[in-house]
Design a binder for this molecule. Sequence first.
Ligand code: NAD
Length: 278
Amino acid sequence: MTQIIDGKKISKEIKDELKEKVSALAAEGIEKCLAVIQVGADPASSVYVNNKKKACEYIGIRSLAYELPAETTEEELLELIRELNGRADVDGMIVQLPLPAQINEERVLLAIDPAKDVDGFHPMSVGNLSIGRPGFVSCTPAGIIQLLKRSGIEISGKECVVIGRSNIVGKPMGMLLLRENGTVTICHSRTKDLRQVCKRADILVVAIGKPLFIDETYVKEGAVVIDVGIHRDENNKLCGDVDFERVAPHCSAITPVPGGVGPMTIAMLMSNCVFGPQ
Ligand code: NAD
């Protein structure tokens, strides 16, 4: 029978563990604090930011919300980041992306102190991951490792294929699977014969950004399939990059959309804030 990996349940477990940890820290007089910066009022960003605030509240992390107007200049945002970098009471900060056109995203991410980079997007965090030093790890791929481990799925020695090479999902996913001793292949838009490469995978992570792209012809019988994609179909229903109905019967385990990878991202952001660089 195919195991449906329950990201909702696992993310709740993680948040409950964090809640306990935060209350133990509070008993020692230590408080954790996350600063969340949003520039402009993009509706999707507002939903994400709100969910992050709610998760902080649940766990007992103090959150500082900065809702800046859309016309904020790059210098004004950098000034706020510098101030937060210098504040001893702030453990982590995130700048919700995308940013308005007048602000250079790269300069902003570079300005965040790597010791507070809980999103794991700073080049220092990425570099630490690639050379095996402790550092903050991008939350979505970190969440996928937790999904696998907490579902009893062994990574060591497995053929792991990642589709997608983005800086926030595909590349860090490859590095993390490697850190867990998987044998890793990263595929992208120029990969020749994607289907054949995917068919090798014991663990297939799909972060391609195309609805229902992966069907059963890409999947080896008994593989584990992790679907990172989030889309709305023509009926406004959420779906992933994987055609769940067609693929699930061929897998040993699979994540659904919604309720798979999605809920893990915020749980890992909270974990980064509580535990610091790992
Ligand atoms: P992206 O668009 O930056 O990257 C997509 C990658 O897929 C690229 O590297 C590209 O080379 C590759 N690709 C595109 N077409 C391909 C093809 N035909 N064959 C092989 N490779 C191909 O996307 P991203 O930011 O990595 O996100 C991927 C998906 O995951 C999106 O649907 C996004 O919404 C979702 N996502 C979900 C979460 C979450 O929390 N669950 C977080 C981040 C992203």
